[in-house]
Design a protein around this ligand. Structure first.
Ligand code: ZN
Length: 276
C-alpha cells in the first residue's frame, strides 16, 4: 500500500470541471489532501488570500504552484515583464505554502533558431530570481519537458540538462527539479540522472503516455493506461531521497476532462494503489 497522505492531484486534472474551491473540496471529500494550484484558477476564484483560507480549512498541502519561468526571451522589455511576473509567483507561492513552483523554461523566441541564447536567458533569469526565492523560502523546481515541445514551451528538455543547470547555478533549497514521468520516461539516462538529482527533486508528477497519443500536451493518460513503468521510476526517485508527494497531473481533452470531477478523483485513488 502506498501512503495516501502522499497522493496529490494537480488541479489541471479537473481544470474543465472544477474551480479551485471545488477542486479543494472535491479532493478532500475523497481523502486526497495534496493539491497543486494553478495561478489562473486561483485568481478566477478570489485570489491568494481566499485560496490560502480554503486550503487551510480543508487541511490541504500544496505540492506545487503552476507556473513560473518562461524566461527564454531575448527581448529586454519582455524579459523584465517576465521577471516581475515571476516575483509575483514567488510571493503567491509563499502565501499558499507551496512546496515548489513549477518552473518552465520557455520555448524558442519567435523567429529565433538560437538555442544557446535561449538557454543563457533562462539561466540569467534564474540567477536573478533565485536569491529572491531563497529570501521568500520558496523552491523553484526546474521541470524538463518532452523535447517535442522544445520550440513552443521549454528549451529545457532532459534531466541531465536540468542537473547541469543546477550544477552551474549552485545548490540550495531555493533550487530544485520537478520529475514528470510524461516528459522523461523515454530517456535511457533517466535512472542515472535521477540518482544524480538526489535531494534536488522537489516534485514528482505522475500520469501515463498513451501508445496512440493524439496531442503532445493535452492527451495524457491515467496511470496504468499507457506505456510508462511508473512504479520503477517512483522507486528510482525515492531511492534518490525524495519523500514528497506523488502528484497526478493529467491534461486530457478527449477523456478525463469529459468526465465528472468526482469520477476522475475516484479513478485516481484506485490507480494510485494499483499502477503507481
Ligand atoms: Zn509536470
Amino acid at each position: 500500500m502506498l501512503d495516501d497522505a502522499l497522493l496529490s492531484i494537480n488541479q489541471v486534472t479537473t481544470r474543465e470541471q472544477w474551480s479551485l474551491r471545488q477542486a479543494i473540496e472535491g479532493y478532500a471529500s475523497q481523502g486526497v489532501h495534496g493539491i497543486a494550484v494553478w495561478r489562473d484558477k486561483m485568481h478566477e476564484g478570489g485570489g491568494v488570500k481566499e485560496a490560502a483560507r480554503q486550503l487551510e480549512d480543508n487541511a490541504m498541502e500544496v505540492s506545487g504552484f503552476c507556473i513560473g519561468g518562461l524566461m527564454s526571451t531575448s527581448h529586454d522589455a519582455e524579459f523584465q515583464v517576465r521577471l516581475d511576473d515571476n516575483r509575483r509567483v514567488i510571493e503567491e507561492a509563499a502565501a499558499i505554502k507551496a512546496r515548489a513552483v513549477v518552473f518552465v523554461a520557455g520555448g524558442l523566441p519567435d523567429g529565433s533558431t538560437d538555442l544557446d541564447r535561449a538557454y543563457g536567458q533562462v539561466l540569467k533569469g534564474l540567477s536573478i530570481l533565485l536569491p529572491e526565492a531563497k529570501a521568500a523560502g520558496v523552491t523553484l523546481a526546474l521541470e524538463p519537458l518532452h523535447p517535442m515541445i522544445a520550440a513552443s514551451r521549454s528549451v529545457l528538455t532532459t534531466l541531465k540538462q536540468a542537473n547541469d543547470w543546477c550544477d552551474q547555478l549552485g545548490d540550495g533549497p531555493e533550487l530544485g527539479i520537478a520529475v514528470d514521468v510524461y516528459h522523461l520516461w523515454w530517456d535511457p539516462e533517466l535512472e542515472k540522472e535521477i540518482a544524480r538529482a538526489g535531494k534536488r527533486i522537489a516534485a514528482f508528477h505522475i500520469n501515463d503516455w498513451l501508445a496512440n497519443t493524439q496531442d503532445l500536451r493535452l492527451d495524457r493518460g491515467m496511470m496504468g493506461d499507457g506505456v510508462i513503468d511508473i512504479p520503477k521510476i517512483r522507486r528510482w526517485v525515492e531511492a534518490a531521497g525524495y519523500t514528497g508527494h506523488r502528484e497526478v497531473e493529467i491534461f486530457s481533452e478527449r477523456n478525463w476532462w469529459q468526465k465528472t470531477g468526482e469520477e476522475v478523483v475516484r479513478v485516481i485513488t484506485e490507480r494510485y494503489q494499483t499502477a503507481v
